[in-house]
Design a protein around this ligand. Structure first.
Ligand code: SF4
Length: 268
Protein backbone atom coordinates (compact mmCIF):
# COMPACT_ATOMS: atom_id res chain seq x y z
CA UNK A 1 0.00 0.00 0.00
CA UNK A 2 1.29 3.47 -0.88
CA UNK A 3 1.76 6.00 1.91
CA UNK A 4 -0.56 9.00 1.50
CA UNK A 5 1.00 11.84 -0.47
CA UNK A 6 1.27 15.05 1.53
CA UNK A 7 0.19 18.41 0.11
CA UNK A 8 3.86 19.45 -0.04
CA UNK A 9 4.86 16.33 -1.94
CA UNK A 10 1.99 16.82 -4.39
CA UNK A 11 3.00 20.46 -4.95
CA UNK A 12 6.64 19.43 -5.50
CA UNK A 13 5.58 16.78 -7.98
CA UNK A 14 3.41 19.31 -9.88
CA UNK A 15 6.31 21.76 -10.01
CA UNK A 16 8.65 19.07 -11.36
CA UNK A 17 6.16 18.08 -14.03
CA UNK A 18 5.70 21.69 -15.02
CA UNK A 19 9.49 22.13 -15.35
CA UNK A 20 9.65 19.01 -17.51
CA UNK A 21 6.93 20.32 -19.80
CA UNK A 22 8.50 23.76 -20.01
CA UNK A 23 11.79 22.12 -21.00
CA UNK A 24 9.95 19.98 -23.55
CA UNK A 25 8.37 23.10 -25.10
CA UNK A 26 11.79 24.71 -25.35
CA UNK A 27 13.40 21.66 -26.98
CA UNK A 28 10.60 21.34 -29.52
CA UNK A 29 10.68 25.00 -30.48
CA UNK A 30 14.49 25.14 -30.70
CA UNK A 31 14.69 22.19 -33.05
CA UNK A 32 11.68 22.87 -35.27
CA UNK A 33 13.04 25.31 -37.84
CA UNK A 34 14.86 22.84 -40.08
CA UNK A 35 12.37 19.96 -39.84
CA UNK A 36 9.62 18.76 -42.18
CA UNK A 37 6.12 18.05 -40.89
CA UNK A 38 6.68 14.33 -40.20
CA UNK A 39 9.90 15.04 -38.35
CA UNK A 40 8.19 17.72 -36.29
CA UNK A 41 5.42 15.35 -35.24
CA UNK A 42 7.97 12.67 -34.49
CA UNK A 43 9.87 15.13 -32.29
CA UNK A 44 6.69 16.11 -30.46
CA UNK A 45 5.89 12.47 -29.74
CA UNK A 46 9.43 11.69 -28.62
CA UNK A 47 9.89 14.73 -26.43
CA UNK A 48 6.53 15.10 -24.68
CA UNK A 49 5.84 12.34 -22.17
CA UNK A 50 2.33 10.94 -21.73
CA UNK A 51 -0.83 11.57 -23.72
CA UNK A 52 -0.60 13.80 -26.81
CA UNK A 53 -3.81 14.96 -28.52
CA UNK A 54 -4.32 16.53 -31.93
CA UNK A 55 -7.63 18.40 -32.31
CA UNK A 56 -8.86 18.56 -35.89
CA UNK A 57 -11.67 20.59 -37.40
CA UNK A 58 -10.97 18.97 -40.79
CA UNK A 59 -9.67 22.21 -42.30
CA UNK A 60 -6.87 21.81 -44.85
CA UNK A 61 -4.09 22.34 -42.27
CA UNK A 62 -5.61 19.73 -40.00
CA UNK A 63 -5.89 17.27 -42.87
CA UNK A 64 -2.15 17.65 -43.54
CA UNK A 65 -1.35 16.92 -39.88
CA UNK A 66 -3.80 14.01 -39.71
CA UNK A 67 -2.12 12.49 -42.77
CA UNK A 68 1.33 12.78 -41.21
CA UNK A 69 0.14 11.21 -37.94
CA UNK A 70 -1.71 8.30 -39.54
CA UNK A 71 0.85 7.64 -42.29
CA UNK A 72 3.58 7.23 -39.66
CA UNK A 73 1.26 5.50 -37.19
CA UNK A 74 2.29 7.88 -34.42
CA UNK A 75 0.95 7.47 -30.91
CA UNK A 76 -1.02 10.72 -31.07
CA UNK A 77 -4.80 10.78 -30.49
CA UNK A 78 -6.79 12.51 -33.23
CA UNK A 79 -10.02 14.01 -31.90
CA UNK A 80 -12.62 16.45 -33.16
CA UNK A 81 -15.27 18.63 -31.55
CA UNK A 82 -18.61 17.82 -33.17
CA UNK A 83 -20.50 20.97 -32.21
CA UNK A 84 -23.83 19.85 -33.65
CA UNK A 85 -23.72 22.76 -36.14
CA UNK A 86 -21.05 21.56 -38.58
CA UNK A 87 -21.46 21.58 -42.36
CA UNK A 88 -22.47 18.27 -44.02
CA UNK A 89 -19.27 18.64 -46.07
CA UNK A 90 -17.26 18.54 -42.84
CA UNK A 91 -18.90 15.27 -41.83
CA UNK A 92 -18.22 13.98 -45.36
CA UNK A 93 -14.48 14.66 -45.12
CA UNK A 94 -14.45 13.16 -41.60
CA UNK A 95 -15.93 9.90 -43.00
CA UNK A 96 -13.65 9.97 -46.05
CA UNK A 97 -10.59 10.44 -43.85
CA UNK A 98 -11.53 7.45 -41.70
CA UNK A 99 -12.00 5.34 -44.86
CA UNK A 100 -8.70 6.43 -46.35
CA UNK A 101 -6.59 5.76 -43.25
CA UNK A 102 -8.72 2.98 -41.72
CA UNK A 103 -8.66 4.81 -38.42
CA UNK A 104 -11.46 6.15 -36.23
CA UNK A 105 -11.38 9.84 -35.28
CA UNK A 106 -12.89 10.37 -31.86
CA UNK A 107 -15.71 12.92 -31.88
CA UNK A 108 -16.65 14.79 -28.72
CA UNK A 109 -20.19 16.18 -28.53
CA UNK A 110 -21.35 18.94 -26.17
CA UNK A 111 -23.37 17.95 -23.10
CA UNK A 112 -26.99 17.75 -24.26
CA UNK A 113 -28.32 19.36 -21.07
CA UNK A 114 -26.11 22.41 -21.59
CA UNK A 115 -27.13 22.69 -25.25
CA UNK A 116 -30.80 22.50 -24.27
CA UNK A 117 -30.34 25.18 -21.61
CA UNK A 118 -28.43 27.38 -24.08
CA UNK A 119 -31.19 27.13 -26.69
CA UNK A 120 -33.86 27.79 -24.06
CA UNK A 121 -31.98 30.90 -22.99
CA UNK A 122 -31.00 32.50 -26.28
CA UNK A 123 -32.72 30.57 -29.09
CA UNK A 124 -31.33 28.16 -31.64
CA UNK A 125 -29.40 30.89 -33.50
CA UNK A 126 -29.01 33.24 -30.54
CA UNK A 127 -25.31 33.72 -31.28
CA UNK A 128 -26.25 36.47 -33.75
CA UNK A 129 -27.62 38.67 -30.95
CA UNK A 130 -24.31 39.70 -29.35
CA UNK A 131 -20.66 38.73 -28.99
CA UNK A 132 -21.47 37.51 -25.47
CA UNK A 133 -24.24 35.24 -26.76
CA UNK A 134 -21.86 33.90 -29.41
CA UNK A 135 -19.20 33.20 -26.81
CA UNK A 136 -21.77 31.36 -24.70
CA UNK A 137 -22.58 29.11 -27.66
CA UNK A 138 -18.89 28.53 -28.46
CA UNK A 139 -18.26 27.72 -24.82
CA UNK A 140 -20.97 25.05 -24.62
CA UNK A 141 -20.33 23.54 -28.04
CA UNK A 142 -16.53 23.85 -28.28
CA UNK A 143 -14.62 25.01 -25.22
CA UNK A 144 -16.15 22.65 -22.67
CA UNK A 145 -15.75 19.57 -24.92
CA UNK A 146 -12.16 20.65 -25.64
CA UNK A 147 -11.49 20.58 -21.90
CA UNK A 148 -12.63 16.96 -21.83
CA UNK A 149 -10.54 16.11 -24.91
CA UNK A 150 -7.42 17.49 -23.24
CA UNK A 151 -8.02 16.22 -19.70
CA UNK A 152 -4.83 14.52 -18.49
CA UNK A 153 -3.03 15.26 -21.77
CA UNK A 154 0.58 16.46 -21.65
CA UNK A 155 0.60 17.74 -25.21
CA UNK A 156 -1.88 19.43 -27.56
CA UNK A 157 -1.20 19.77 -31.27
CA UNK A 158 -3.08 22.35 -33.36
CA UNK A 159 -3.11 23.41 -37.00
CA UNK A 160 -2.60 27.14 -36.30
CA UNK A 161 -0.53 29.10 -38.79
CA UNK A 162 1.04 32.51 -38.18
CA UNK A 163 -0.31 33.80 -41.47
CA UNK A 164 -3.96 33.25 -40.54
CA UNK A 165 -4.45 36.43 -38.53
CA UNK A 166 -2.57 39.19 -36.74
CA UNK A 167 -3.23 37.48 -33.36
CA UNK A 168 -1.81 34.21 -34.62
CA UNK A 169 1.27 35.90 -36.12
CA UNK A 170 2.66 36.30 -32.59
CA UNK A 171 2.04 32.68 -31.62
CA UNK A 172 4.97 30.45 -30.66
CA UNK A 173 5.88 27.04 -32.11
CA UNK A 174 5.51 25.55 -28.67
CA UNK A 175 4.49 26.92 -25.29
CA UNK A 176 3.50 25.74 -21.87
CA UNK A 177 -0.24 26.35 -21.50
CA UNK A 178 -0.77 27.36 -17.86
CA UNK A 179 -4.50 27.00 -17.97
CA UNK A 180 -4.45 23.43 -19.23
CA UNK A 181 -1.10 22.30 -17.82
CA UNK A 182 0.28 21.00 -21.09
CA UNK A 183 2.55 21.84 -23.98
CA UNK A 184 0.67 23.36 -26.90
CA UNK A 185 2.44 22.87 -30.24
CA UNK A 186 1.74 24.41 -33.63
CA UNK A 187 3.77 22.39 -36.15
CA UNK A 188 2.50 24.32 -39.19
CA UNK A 189 3.11 27.74 -37.66
CA UNK A 190 5.57 28.89 -40.35
CA UNK A 191 3.80 27.25 -43.31
CA UNK A 192 2.05 29.42 -45.89
CA UNK A 193 -1.39 28.42 -47.11
CA UNK A 194 0.11 27.66 -50.54
CA UNK A 195 2.57 25.24 -48.96
CA UNK A 196 -0.23 23.41 -47.12
CA UNK A 197 -2.32 23.18 -50.30
CA UNK A 198 0.68 21.82 -52.19
CA UNK A 199 1.38 19.22 -49.45
CA UNK A 200 -2.25 18.04 -49.50
CA UNK A 201 -2.26 17.79 -53.31
CA UNK A 202 1.06 15.92 -53.47
CA UNK A 203 -0.10 13.31 -50.96
CA UNK A 204 -3.65 12.99 -52.33
CA UNK A 205 -5.09 13.84 -48.91
CA UNK A 206 -8.90 14.22 -48.70
CA UNK A 207 -10.01 17.78 -47.97
CA UNK A 208 -13.25 19.63 -47.31
CA UNK A 209 -15.11 20.38 -50.56
CA UNK A 210 -15.98 23.84 -49.19
CA UNK A 211 -12.36 24.93 -49.69
CA UNK A 212 -13.01 24.85 -53.45
CA UNK A 213 -15.98 27.19 -52.96
CA UNK A 214 -14.13 30.05 -51.30
CA UNK A 215 -14.24 28.86 -47.69
CA UNK A 216 -10.69 29.28 -46.41
CA UNK A 217 -11.35 28.76 -42.69
CA UNK A 218 -14.24 26.41 -41.89
CA UNK A 219 -16.12 26.28 -38.60
CA UNK A 220 -19.81 25.85 -37.81
CA UNK A 221 -22.23 26.25 -40.73
CA UNK A 222 -24.24 29.23 -39.46
CA UNK A 223 -21.07 31.10 -38.47
CA UNK A 224 -18.91 30.64 -41.57
CA UNK A 225 -19.14 32.14 -45.04
CA UNK A 226 -16.89 32.05 -48.10
CA UNK A 227 -14.38 34.90 -48.35
CA UNK A 228 -13.98 37.27 -51.27
CA UNK A 229 -10.69 37.75 -53.13
CA UNK A 230 -8.29 39.78 -51.02
CA UNK A 231 -10.12 39.25 -47.72
CA UNK A 232 -8.15 37.83 -44.77
CA UNK A 233 -8.38 34.06 -44.32
CA UNK A 234 -10.61 34.27 -41.25
CA UNK A 235 -12.87 37.05 -42.53
CA UNK A 236 -15.61 34.48 -43.12
CA UNK A 237 -15.83 33.52 -39.44
CA UNK A 238 -18.52 35.38 -37.42
CA UNK A 239 -18.50 37.95 -40.22
CA UNK A 240 -21.29 39.99 -38.69
CA UNK A 241 -19.18 40.89 -35.64
CA UNK A 242 -17.23 44.14 -35.63
CA UNK A 243 -14.55 42.84 -33.25
CA UNK A 244 -11.16 42.48 -34.92
CA UNK A 245 -10.34 39.42 -32.86
CA UNK A 246 -12.13 36.36 -34.29
CA UNK A 247 -11.56 33.38 -32.04
CA UNK A 248 -13.96 30.91 -30.47
CA UNK A 249 -12.23 30.50 -27.12
CA UNK A 250 -10.13 27.48 -28.06
CA UNK A 251 -7.02 29.56 -28.72
CA UNK A 252 -7.62 32.59 -26.54
CA UNK A 253 -4.15 32.57 -25.10
CA UNK A 254 -2.60 32.39 -28.60
CA UNK A 255 -0.74 29.39 -27.33
CA UNK A 256 2.02 31.56 -25.98
CA UNK A 257 1.40 31.59 -22.26
CA UNK A 258 5.06 30.66 -21.73
CA UNK A 259 6.52 30.73 -25.22
CA UNK A 260 9.58 28.67 -25.87
CA UNK A 261 10.72 31.22 -28.42
CA UNK A 262 9.94 34.87 -28.89
CA UNK A 263 11.41 35.21 -32.35
CA UNK A 264 8.72 35.66 -35.03
CA UNK A 265 8.82 32.81 -37.54
CA UNK A 266 9.45 33.36 -41.23
CA UNK A 267 6.44 32.07 -43.14
CA UNK A 268 7.11 30.14 -46.31
S1 SF4 B 1 -19.19 28.81 -34.17
FE1 SF4 B 1 -21.35 29.51 -34.04
S2 SF4 B 1 -22.63 27.66 -33.89
FE2 SF4 B 1 -20.48 27.06 -33.56
S3 SF4 B 1 -20.25 27.02 -31.38
FE3 SF4 B 1 -19.60 29.08 -32.02
S4 SF4 B 1 -21.44 30.39 -32.01
FE4 SF4 B 1 -22.11 28.25 -31.82
Amino acid sequence: MHAPVSANEAAASDATERQLLLAAARRIADGFGALGLSERLDAIRNIIPGRVVFTTSFGIEDQAITHAIFADDLDIEVVTLDTGRLFPETHDVWAETERRYRRRIHGLAPHHGEVEALIARQGINGFHASVEARHRCCFVRKVEPLGRALADASGWITGLRAEQSSERSTTAYAAFDDERDLVKVNPLLDWSRARVVDYVARHGIPYNALHDRGFLSIGCAPCTRAVKAGEPERAGRWWWEQEARKECGLHNDNGDGHPATLAPVAVG
